[in-house]
Ligand binder design. Structure first.
Ligand SMILES: Nc1ncnc2c1ncn2[C@@H]1O[C@H](COP(=O)(O)OP(=O)(O)OP(=O)(O)O)[C@@H](O)[C@H]1O
Length: 603
């Protein structure tokens, strides 16, 4: 109920005047339809189907008195023309309304989608850690679409309610007692049908869970398609897929069965009621034939609308879990916004100059309910235009430390300081604008090499692009591609080798002309020839920008001004490479192990 109210509030907020205009149109269309039905009576009377005894029935008495003043041959044509104009007018209004309704629905969904995307887009990295990315795809596509069709049902429902209200009023003018009987029967039926709404809600929740699992599963499968092929997992994937498809089919069938059963119940009740109604009116209450005809006309049109009200209610209730899902994700991501909007618009570029980055007694846990520390009491300083290497075993905390330095993670204890100021909302954007980061798991888009590069620096010239490619030892292989820079590199750069991908990513990082370059295992996929080339390029940058390198291959950090050795989230050694490599300690041990491994491979 709370979610329904939130949803309605948002709908009214977003659509504003348009929704009220829509309500007014619904009222007008319903009134026109009611008058159309009332006009049938004089039409039938003029034709002589029955004698009119409606002198005391408002508004027919007025309509009849007006008609009586017109000579007979004008009478029937006049009524027919009026009837035609009324129905045509109503049809035109209905056409306008159905286009306006779609406009309202689409506008609302667009706003919902945009708001959700914006808040996800602006959420902190920490918000995404541990979350399944396909859940966001699912919410932004399927769940939003479900909310869209639910919005349609809400608009329909409002029209239906207006229609019902007007028609009930018209029937009430003709026979208050019969109308009350029908309304009481209708209410009794609605109470009985409540259980259908409950089942709709449960089935709606089942749809959300099922579709979420389906979406997440197929995303994982297609991301890992190579693993599937090479490990012959086709059959087990197919088994999973078949299971989910069966469950989706059964969920849809249950929903359809439910709504068709409730429609059936309404139809049977309607037939029963009309039979009883005619019997009671004619034999027990002795109501005039023409009145009975009119009331039957009204109720036979009204009853299908009761069915539609029930169907729409079921659809709205079944879509509520989708609304809940969308609103929850939006609320959660809004709580984790990285910057306030004002800051995002007004950050000061002049703060982008970074002289020194310090970590003061930093500690961090990914899961605050657990004792395991990813970083403990880190005290380090990264000096301007120096090359700092961060080394350590897998899981030592290297990436976590770099994420902390870049302000992607916030320390649980301690402080990151930039130019002697705490890293906070005021300077974070300026600081980030000075960084280029090449991650362990870099991302390339399914487009051309040129577009992938220009994404970070749209105004870069052709010469600057080639300069960046040469720096990353990528110019040669790009030139050899038949379409050169305009080659489409496939999903995540799939048409390139791992090493080629890394070189394009490195070129992209350089093209941004950063003052801080962060390389997280950036050359791990390269052969020694290309690694040497890139190493030489990086060496040329030495002293011109601040470089932070995470590397497992220690040969790549030989020229580092400062080496930080991490173990279990703690700094166990720190100093210039030349000093640490020649004294006993963690780095020397790591070097010995790597040299031994290399010698064994060569032997
Ligand atoms: N998203 C996460 N959620 C929970 N724990 C995490 C997460 N990411 C990393 N960790 C944990 O934090 C610790 C440090 O991980 P981190 O990725 O910083 O290590 P690393 O030195 O960069 O490792 P590698 O060289 O293998 O990349 C590890 O114990 C890891 O299991």
């Amino acid at each position: 109920m709370k979610n329904l109210l939130l949803f309605l509030k948002k709908l009214v907020e977003v659509t504003g005047r348009k929704i009220y205009l829509n309500f007014f149109l619904s009222l007008l269309i319903s009134a026109l339809e009611g008058i159309g039905i009332y006009l049938l009576v004089p039409m039938l009377a003029v034709i002589g189907v029955f004698d009119m005894q409606m002198d005391n029935v408002f508004p027919i008495n007025y309509i009849m008195r007006g008609i009586e003043r017109i000579p007979f041959d004008v009478n029937i044509s006049f009524i027919l023309i009026l009837y035609f104009l009324l129905i045509t007018g109503q049809a035109l209004l209905q056409r306008y309304q159905s286009i306006a309704n779609t406009g309202i629905q689409q506008n609302f969904i667009k706003k919902l989608r945009l708001d959700l995307y914006k808040s996800l887009n602006g959420a902190k990295w920490e918000f995404f850690i541990g979350k399944r990315k396909s859940d966001f795809n699912y919410i932004l596509t399927t769940e939003i679409a479900r909310v869209g069709s639910g919005t349609h049902s809400v608009i329909q429902l409002s029209s239906l309610i207006f229609f019902t209200f007007i028609q009930v009023m018209l029937a009430f003018l003709l026979s208050p007692l019969l109308t009350v009987i029908v309304l009481v029967s209708g209410t009794a039926l609605a109470v009985y049908m409540k259980k259908f709404l409950k089942s709709s809600k449960a089935l709606g929740r089942e749809t959300t869970d099922l579709m979420n699992e389906y979406f997440g599963g197929i995303t994982d499968q297609f991301n890992g398609i190579k693993d599937m092929k090479s490990n012959m997992l086709e059959e087990s994937y197919l088994h999973w897929f078949r299971g989910k498809s069966n469950a989706i089919e059964s969920n849809v069938m249950k929903l359809v069965r439910l709504s068709s059963t409730s429609t059936l119940a309404y139809r049977i009740a309607a037939a029963l009621l009309i039979v009883l109604f005619v019997y009671v009116s004619l034999n027990m209450m002795h109501i005039a034939n023409e009145k009975v005809v009119l009331i039957i006309l009204i109720f036979s049109r009204l009853w299908p609308k009761f069915t539609s009200i029930q169907t729409n209610l079921e659809q709205i209730i079944a879509m509520l879990p989708a609304v809940e899902n969308v609103l929850n994700v939006q609320k959660e991501s809004e709580k984790h916004q990285e910057f306030k909007l004002s800051i995002q618009k007004n950050w000061n570029k002049s703060q982008a100059y970074v002289a020194a980055i310090e970590c003061k007694n930093i500690s961090y846990r990914y899961d605050t309910r657990q004792q395991i520390m990813a970083l403990s009491n880190i005290d380090i300083c990264i000096r301007n235009n120096e090359t700092t290497a961060i080394v350590g075993k897998s899981g030592a905390g290297k990436t976590t430390l770099v994420d902390m330095i870049m302000g992607l993670l916030k320390p649980e204890q301690g402080q990151v300081r930039i130019n002697n100021q705490p890293l906070n909302d005021d300077n974070l954007l300026a600081f980030r604008s000075s960084i280029s980061y090449v991650s362990q798991d870099p991302y390339l888009f399914h487009t051309t090499i040129r577009e992938n590069l220009l994404m970070v620096q749209p105004e870069a010239s052709e010469a600057e692009i080639w300069e960046a490619l040469s720096f990353a030892a990528a110019a040669e292989f790009v030139k050899k591609l038949p379409l050169g820079l305009d080659t489409i590199i496939g999903d995540r750069g799939m048409k390139l080798s791992g090493g080629q991908r890394q070189r394009i990513i490195l070129a992209r990082a350089i093209l941004r002309k950063p003052s801080i370059l962060v390389l997280d295992e950036a050359t791990s996929a390269l052969d020694s020839e290309n690694e040497k080339k890139i190493q030489e390029s990086i060496d040329l940058l030495k002293g011109k920008m601040t470089i932070i390198i995470i590397a497992h291959r220690l040969s790549t950090i030989r020229n580092a001004d400062n080496v930080i050795v991490l173990e279990d989230g703690k700094v166990i050694q720190e100093g210039a490479y030349h000093r640490l490599s020649q004294t006993q300690g963690a780095l020397r041990t790591m070097l010995n192990t790597q040299e031994l491994a290399l010698n064994q491979t060569l032997a």
